[in-house]
Design a protein around this ligand. Structure first.
Ligand SMILES: Cc1cc2nc3c(=O)[nH]c(=O)nc-3n(C[C@H](O)[C@H](O)[C@H](O)COP(=O)(O)O)c2cc1C
Length: 179
């Protein structure tokens, strides 16, 4: 394969951007990016047509990848995808397993899903604390118990998770490019 792999990220609060930086640091060859998935087409309008391999980092929104990532993956046909995600709960939980399955179904439908790494990512507690002020029984209410559980996300992705993400990308790219 002669075309460089391309790194893209989708992030709200920076966790998935950190995964993209970890991917970039671990790349075994020249690459393009990291580009923001939101506006990569301003810089590279034909990116999807012109390249074969994409490393995409996403944040979990309502049990799947975020909308920008879903839209990007839906535009890809027959591409190699290496997908790295971050979510607000322990990835080994039941919810984590569902997120993993949803993203893998999406990424492998019309593309070659080469690798998928999913890790915990800190939740924006300032934002969610506001929801604890919504009265119980009303839409959007967040219990203090759930808010306390959300605190466990702080500090992720940590150094170990960023290292693991890098290893996954490094090995996946080496296998594809026969490096
Ligand atoms: C609107 C919204 C929806 C979210 N939905 C989920 C979800 O369904 N499951 C989950 O585990 N985390 C969920 N999260 C938490 C984020 O996926 C998590 O904090 C992630 O690390 C944020 O990544 P980022 O810093 O790249 O934006 C949600 C966050 C927001 C803001």
């Amino acid at each position: 394969m002669d075309k460089k792999p391309v790194i893209l990220f989708s992030t709200l609060t920076g966790n998935a951007f950190r995964l993209a930086c970890a991917a970039a640091d671990a790349m075994p060859c020249d690459y393009l990016g990291p580009y923001n998935i939101y506006n990569y087409n301003i810089i590279r309008p034909n990116l999807i047509e012109d390249y074969d391999t994409f490393i995409v980092t996403y944040w979990c929104d309502k049990g799947s990848a975020d909308k920008e990532t879903i839209s990007f993956i839906e535009k890809c046909k027959g591409k190699n995808l290496i997908v790295l995600g971050t979510l607000g709960v322990n990835p080994e939980s039941e919810h984590g397993a569902k997120v993993r399955a949803n993203v893998e179904a999406l990424a492998s439908r019309e593309n070659n899903l080469v690798a998928h790494y999913l890790c915990w990512g800190s939740i924006d507690l300032k934002r969610t604390f506001e929801k604890t002020k919504i009265p119980e029984g009303e839409k959007g209410h967040l219990s203090m118990e759930r808010f306390e559980r959300q605190k466990l996300s702080i500090g992720h992705p940590n150094g170990h998770e960023l290292f693991e993400a890098g290893v996954v990308v490094n090995q996946a790219v080496k296998s594809l490019y026969e490096i």
